[in-house]
Design a protein around this ligand. Structure first.
Ligand SMILES: [Zn+2]
Length: 257
Protein backbone atom coordinates (compact mmCIF):
# COMPACT_ATOMS: atom_id res chain seq x y z
CA UNK A 1 0.00 0.00 0.00
CA UNK A 2 2.79 2.36 0.81
CA UNK A 3 4.61 3.33 -2.34
CA UNK A 4 7.34 5.10 -0.42
CA UNK A 5 10.44 3.25 0.66
CA UNK A 6 9.52 2.38 4.23
CA UNK A 7 12.92 1.66 5.64
CA UNK A 8 14.29 4.63 7.52
CA UNK A 9 17.93 5.32 7.95
CA UNK A 10 19.98 7.94 9.66
CA UNK A 11 20.92 10.85 7.49
CA UNK A 12 18.02 10.16 5.20
CA UNK A 13 15.51 12.55 6.60
CA UNK A 14 14.90 10.77 9.87
CA UNK A 15 13.90 13.41 12.39
CA UNK A 16 16.48 14.18 14.98
CA UNK A 17 15.43 13.76 18.53
CA UNK A 18 17.07 15.73 21.28
CA UNK A 19 18.96 13.50 23.65
CA UNK A 20 17.88 15.24 26.78
CA UNK A 21 17.96 18.34 28.85
CA UNK A 22 14.93 19.84 27.24
CA UNK A 23 11.41 18.93 26.48
CA UNK A 24 8.97 20.56 24.18
CA UNK A 25 7.35 20.73 20.82
CA UNK A 26 10.46 19.90 18.87
CA UNK A 27 10.94 16.57 20.53
CA UNK A 28 7.24 15.72 20.41
CA UNK A 29 7.09 16.59 16.72
CA UNK A 30 10.18 14.50 16.09
CA UNK A 31 8.68 11.48 17.78
CA UNK A 32 5.36 11.92 15.99
CA UNK A 33 7.14 12.13 12.65
CA UNK A 34 9.24 9.09 13.46
CA UNK A 35 6.19 6.99 14.34
CA UNK A 36 4.43 8.20 11.21
CA UNK A 37 7.39 7.47 9.01
CA UNK A 38 7.92 3.95 10.33
CA UNK A 39 4.27 2.99 10.06
CA UNK A 40 3.54 2.81 13.77
CA UNK A 41 0.83 5.45 13.62
CA UNK A 42 -2.08 3.93 11.72
CA UNK A 43 -5.31 5.45 10.59
CA UNK A 44 -8.37 3.49 9.65
CA UNK A 45 -11.11 1.75 11.60
CA UNK A 46 -9.90 -0.24 14.57
CA UNK A 47 -11.47 -2.27 17.32
CA UNK A 48 -9.62 -1.68 20.59
CA UNK A 49 -9.19 -4.22 23.37
CA UNK A 50 -11.95 -2.39 25.23
CA UNK A 51 -14.35 -3.18 22.36
CA UNK A 52 -14.57 0.48 21.40
CA UNK A 53 -13.84 1.61 17.86
CA UNK A 54 -11.24 4.21 16.91
CA UNK A 55 -9.90 5.86 13.78
CA UNK A 56 -6.25 5.62 14.80
CA UNK A 57 -3.97 3.10 16.41
CA UNK A 58 -0.32 2.91 17.40
CA UNK A 59 1.52 -0.28 16.54
CA UNK A 60 4.90 0.48 18.08
CA UNK A 61 6.32 -2.83 16.89
CA UNK A 62 6.38 -1.18 13.49
CA UNK A 63 8.87 1.37 14.78
CA UNK A 64 10.78 -1.11 16.91
CA UNK A 65 11.48 -3.34 13.89
CA UNK A 66 14.17 -0.83 12.94
CA UNK A 67 16.98 -1.13 15.50
CA UNK A 68 18.17 2.42 14.91
CA UNK A 69 14.67 3.77 15.51
CA UNK A 70 14.29 1.70 18.65
CA UNK A 71 17.62 3.08 19.80
CA UNK A 72 16.47 6.66 19.21
CA UNK A 73 13.18 6.15 21.00
CA UNK A 74 14.92 4.41 23.89
CA UNK A 75 17.42 7.25 24.21
CA UNK A 76 14.69 9.88 24.12
CA UNK A 77 12.66 8.04 26.73
CA UNK A 78 15.71 7.54 28.93
CA UNK A 79 16.37 11.28 28.71
CA UNK A 80 12.77 12.05 29.63
CA UNK A 81 12.96 9.65 32.56
CA UNK A 82 16.17 11.25 33.79
CA UNK A 83 14.31 14.52 34.10
CA UNK A 84 11.81 13.03 36.56
CA UNK A 85 13.93 10.56 38.47
CA UNK A 86 14.55 11.54 42.07
CA UNK A 87 18.08 12.77 42.76
CA UNK A 88 20.40 9.81 43.04
CA UNK A 89 18.22 7.54 40.93
CA UNK A 90 19.77 8.35 37.61
CA UNK A 91 21.78 5.85 35.63
CA UNK A 92 24.40 3.85 37.45
CA UNK A 93 27.05 4.74 34.96
CA UNK A 94 26.25 8.34 34.31
CA UNK A 95 25.11 9.77 31.00
CA UNK A 96 25.81 8.02 27.73
CA UNK A 97 26.86 10.46 25.10
CA UNK A 98 25.56 13.96 24.97
CA UNK A 99 22.91 15.40 27.16
CA UNK A 100 24.63 15.86 30.47
CA UNK A 101 23.42 14.66 33.80
CA UNK A 102 22.81 16.12 37.20
CA UNK A 103 25.87 16.02 39.39
CA UNK A 104 26.05 13.27 41.90
CA UNK A 105 25.01 10.29 39.86
CA UNK A 106 26.91 7.28 41.00
CA UNK A 107 29.50 5.77 38.72
CA UNK A 108 29.44 2.09 38.03
CA UNK A 109 30.39 -0.54 35.53
CA UNK A 110 26.82 -0.93 34.38
CA UNK A 111 26.79 -4.63 35.05
CA UNK A 112 25.20 -4.55 38.48
CA UNK A 113 23.35 -2.14 40.67
CA UNK A 114 25.69 0.22 42.40
CA UNK A 115 25.01 0.77 46.06
CA UNK A 116 24.32 4.36 46.89
CA UNK A 117 27.14 6.28 48.50
CA UNK A 118 25.15 9.24 49.72
CA UNK A 119 22.86 7.67 52.27
CA UNK A 120 21.34 4.43 53.44
CA UNK A 121 19.44 2.25 51.02
CA UNK A 122 15.81 3.21 50.84
CA UNK A 123 16.57 6.46 52.56
CA UNK A 124 15.13 8.81 50.01
CA UNK A 125 16.58 7.77 46.72
CA UNK A 126 20.27 7.26 47.20
CA UNK A 127 20.45 4.33 44.82
CA UNK A 128 20.58 4.41 41.03
CA UNK A 129 18.02 2.65 38.90
CA UNK A 130 19.05 -0.98 38.78
CA UNK A 131 16.59 -2.33 36.26
CA UNK A 132 14.15 -1.31 33.57
CA UNK A 133 11.16 -3.64 33.38
CA UNK A 134 8.67 -3.85 30.54
CA UNK A 135 5.57 -5.98 30.14
CA UNK A 136 5.76 -8.61 27.39
CA UNK A 137 5.46 -8.10 24.50
CA UNK A 138 5.20 -4.35 23.99
CA UNK A 139 7.71 -3.38 26.66
CA UNK A 140 10.44 -5.96 26.07
CA UNK A 141 12.47 -4.27 23.34
CA UNK A 142 11.83 -0.80 24.74
CA UNK A 143 13.04 -1.82 28.21
CA UNK A 144 16.24 -3.04 26.63
CA UNK A 145 16.77 0.20 24.70
CA UNK A 146 16.11 2.36 27.77
CA UNK A 147 18.21 0.16 30.05
CA UNK A 148 21.12 0.45 27.71
CA UNK A 149 21.16 4.22 28.09
CA UNK A 150 20.44 4.18 31.83
CA UNK A 151 23.11 1.51 32.27
CA UNK A 152 20.65 -0.67 34.11
CA UNK A 153 19.54 -4.27 33.64
CA UNK A 154 16.74 -5.03 31.21
CA UNK A 155 13.99 -7.33 32.46
CA UNK A 156 10.47 -8.16 31.39
CA UNK A 157 7.30 -9.34 33.08
CA UNK A 158 5.00 -11.94 31.60
CA UNK A 159 1.41 -12.94 32.08
CA UNK A 160 0.84 -15.54 34.72
CA UNK A 161 -2.02 -18.00 34.94
CA UNK A 162 -4.90 -15.88 36.05
CA UNK A 163 -3.94 -12.73 34.17
CA UNK A 164 -1.48 -11.15 36.60
CA UNK A 165 2.10 -10.52 35.54
CA UNK A 166 5.29 -11.58 37.20
CA UNK A 167 9.02 -11.82 36.64
CA UNK A 168 9.98 -15.26 35.33
CA UNK A 169 13.11 -16.75 33.76
CA UNK A 170 15.15 -16.33 36.90
CA UNK A 171 14.91 -12.54 36.91
CA UNK A 172 15.61 -11.16 40.38
CA UNK A 173 15.54 -7.74 41.99
CA UNK A 174 17.41 -6.70 45.08
CA UNK A 175 15.28 -5.69 48.06
CA UNK A 176 14.21 -2.09 47.49
CA UNK A 177 16.06 -1.86 44.19
CA UNK A 178 14.90 1.20 42.20
CA UNK A 179 13.16 0.14 39.01
CA UNK A 180 11.75 1.98 36.01
CA UNK A 181 8.77 0.43 34.20
CA UNK A 182 8.36 1.15 30.48
CA UNK A 183 5.61 0.31 28.00
CA UNK A 184 5.22 1.06 24.31
CA UNK A 185 1.78 2.65 24.55
CA UNK A 186 -0.34 3.34 27.62
CA UNK A 187 -4.10 3.51 27.29
CA UNK A 188 -5.73 2.30 30.49
CA UNK A 189 -2.42 1.59 32.18
CA UNK A 190 -3.45 -1.96 33.00
CA UNK A 191 -0.26 -3.66 31.81
CA UNK A 192 1.90 -1.08 33.55
CA UNK A 193 0.07 -1.61 36.84
CA UNK A 194 0.43 -5.38 36.55
CA UNK A 195 4.12 -4.92 35.84
CA UNK A 196 4.45 -2.62 38.84
CA UNK A 197 2.79 -5.34 40.94
CA UNK A 198 5.28 -7.86 39.55
CA UNK A 199 8.17 -5.59 40.50
CA UNK A 200 6.78 -5.10 44.00
CA UNK A 201 6.25 -8.84 44.38
CA UNK A 202 9.91 -9.36 43.45
CA UNK A 203 11.01 -6.85 46.09
CA UNK A 204 11.79 -3.94 43.78
CA UNK A 205 10.60 -0.36 44.04
CA UNK A 206 9.17 1.40 41.00
CA UNK A 207 10.44 5.00 40.88
CA UNK A 208 9.09 6.09 37.48
CA UNK A 209 7.07 4.92 34.48
CA UNK A 210 7.79 5.76 30.86
CA UNK A 211 6.00 5.17 27.57
CA UNK A 212 6.49 6.13 23.96
CA UNK A 213 2.84 7.07 23.54
CA UNK A 214 0.37 8.11 26.23
CA UNK A 215 -3.14 7.45 24.97
CA UNK A 216 -4.78 8.01 28.34
CA UNK A 217 -5.33 11.72 27.96
CA UNK A 218 -3.70 12.24 31.33
CA UNK A 219 -6.17 9.89 32.96
CA UNK A 220 -3.69 7.47 34.50
CA UNK A 221 -1.98 7.86 37.85
CA UNK A 222 0.65 5.29 38.71
CA UNK A 223 1.64 6.98 41.97
CA UNK A 224 5.11 7.71 40.57
CA UNK A 225 6.27 10.12 37.87
CA UNK A 226 4.99 9.13 34.42
CA UNK A 227 6.56 10.45 31.24
CA UNK A 228 5.67 9.80 27.60
CA UNK A 229 7.32 10.99 24.41
CA UNK A 230 3.98 11.66 22.75
CA UNK A 231 0.48 12.24 24.11
CA UNK A 232 -2.33 11.22 21.78
CA UNK A 233 -5.57 10.58 23.68
CA UNK A 234 -7.77 7.87 22.23
CA UNK A 235 -10.83 9.04 20.36
CA UNK A 236 -13.07 6.01 20.63
CA UNK A 237 -16.71 5.23 19.97
CA UNK A 238 -19.10 2.51 21.03
CA UNK A 239 -19.85 0.41 17.94
CA UNK A 240 -23.44 1.63 17.74
CA UNK A 241 -22.31 5.25 17.61
CA UNK A 242 -19.22 4.79 15.44
CA UNK A 243 -19.13 7.08 12.38
CA UNK A 244 -16.77 4.73 10.57
CA UNK A 245 -19.21 1.84 11.01
CA UNK A 246 -21.91 4.05 9.52
CA UNK A 247 -19.65 4.75 6.54
CA UNK A 248 -19.06 1.03 6.07
CA UNK A 249 -15.29 1.25 6.56
CA UNK A 250 -13.90 -2.27 7.14
CA UNK A 251 -13.09 -2.91 10.81
CA UNK A 252 -9.60 -4.11 11.72
CA UNK A 253 -8.16 -5.75 14.83
CA UNK A 254 -4.80 -4.00 14.50
CA UNK A 255 -2.55 -6.45 16.34
CA UNK A 256 -3.90 -9.51 14.53
CA UNK A 257 -2.71 -8.82 11.03
ZN1 LIG B 1 -16.76 1.33 14.07
Amino acid sequence: MNAAEPRPSRGNGLPDMPGGGQTGEGETAGVAALLERTGAHRRGHFVLTTGLHSDEFFLLAQSFQYPEVLEQLGAALAAALRRVLPPGEGPAGGPAGEGGAPAGWAAGDGLRPVAGDRGPAGGGGARPVGAVVGPAMGGVLLAHAVARVLKARSLFAEKDDGGAMRLKRGFRLEPGEPVVVVEDAVTTGGSVRKTMDAVAAAGGRVVAVGAVVDRSGGGVDFGVPFVALLSRPVAAYPPDRCPLCRQGVPLVAPKQR
